[in-house]
Ligand binder design. Structure first.
Ligand SMILES: [Cu+2]
Length: 68
């Protein structure tokens, strides 16, 4: 199990955070995801055999957030 923390700019409220949590929660290989709009941080625990950080990052960007 691998752990990554991304900074997703553009999260304005709890709705944005749960949008990220829901979308990543459906990605194969994601074990746990926690997004916080106040810190703009997304913590993801994932299975490194199935998934990598670049894929997680592009999923978040697909939702319209800027990952820095
Ligand atoms: Cu929002």
């Amino acid at each position: 199990m691998e752990q990554a923390t991304l900074t997703a700019k553009g999260m304005h409220c709890g709705g944005c955070a749960s949008r990220i949590e829901q979308a990543l929660g459906h990605v194969e290989g994601v074990r746990q995801v926690k997004a916080d709009h106040t810190s703009q941080q997304v913590e993801v625990a994932f299975d490194e055999a199935t998934l990598d950080v670049a894929t997680i990052r592009s999923r978040v960007e697909d939702l319209g957030f800027e990952v820095v």
